[in-house]
Ligand binder design. Sequence first.
Ligand code: MRU
Length: 389
Amino acid sequence: MKIGGVAYRSIWLNADGATVEVIDQTLLPHRFAIRSLMSLADAEHAIKTMIVRGAPLIGATAAYGMSLAMAADPSDSMLEEAHGCLLAARPTAVNLRWALDEMASVLRPIAPTQRKQVAYQRAAEICDEDVALNRAIGEHGLKIINGIASKKETNATINIMTHCNAGWLATVDFGTALAPIYLAHDAGLKVHVWVSETRPRNQGASLTAWELGQHGVAHTVIVDNAAGHLLRCGEVDMVIVGSDRTAANGDVCNKIGTYLKALAAKDNGVPFYVALPGPTIDWSLADGATIPIEERGALEVSHISGRNKHHGVSTVALTPQASAIANPGFDVTPARLVTGLITERGVCAASKEGLLGLYPENANGAPTTRPLSRVDKLPPRRQRARNLA
Ligand code: MRU
């Protein structure tokens, strides 16, 4: 996608063939800056601190993180260490595990002397594959938008609500939930996007609004709490969101607040679609009940940052100092609230049968409820309130 007329991906390899470049998403929309990742520790830090975020981009960064580790030390022990530390960087998006398992399965059987080159090559392929998956999601989603447009008056605006950022910044390019919107806009359809701010980190207000604006897509930022009202007043034709992990039965885990939108959409008969690529499906989980929900730091809730009148960024406190704070980062939307899943292979019902219809190769491994691993486990409730950012 383009920024000021220049085409960018969210992650790319520097001309030196070793350094990985990313857009620092913690600074947007106020500052556009590129960060260089030169080591495994840099990649881990970028994922943990959300310099990069969004399920597919987390996976792509982890793949390059493995490459950086192999460039420094291609030993078996480093391979396992890199896999472990990157996997622990963020718990919910399953693309992280998918990308790391994919890298490890390619690297483990080969000689250490070959690992650096093969790792960079596979990481680049994972990035290119992500772009292709998202483009295909866009094309399948565009058919749904066209269907909605055909039921409206000619040239009427199609109002689409989204949550968080599932745009090109969250992927390598195009986005998942926003890919159909970009294609509809480019095809000349009159689309308007309701962008919910997505407290506490405001990925909607800061990232989705920014990237839609860069592409010239009409949009309006709303507070999260306005979504139900707009859905009830007939101001929304459809909702499209992304997913961080989709269970084998079609339950969908996405940014906190997604579930409330799905409830309100269902109550008002508004179609609620989830756009996701294959690597976001966790076939090991029978349903969404055991998806690990990331508990994030209290400072994200108790404080807020924004541009001040001197064009710097200031952070101010919002809550009483003594108040306990909880900050679950994601929620699970049950499949029954989802109108359809938009994947790179087509649109299906949010159900085991629907998913297996598109991904029949997963029919044999009957999904089981996987026990939570060490990194997946939630901190004890009493610790959460003290969990500073
Ligand atoms: O905490 P984040 O910003 O990484 O959360 C991102 C989301 O919830 C996205 O909706 C999801 O990763 C889908 S991205 C295509």
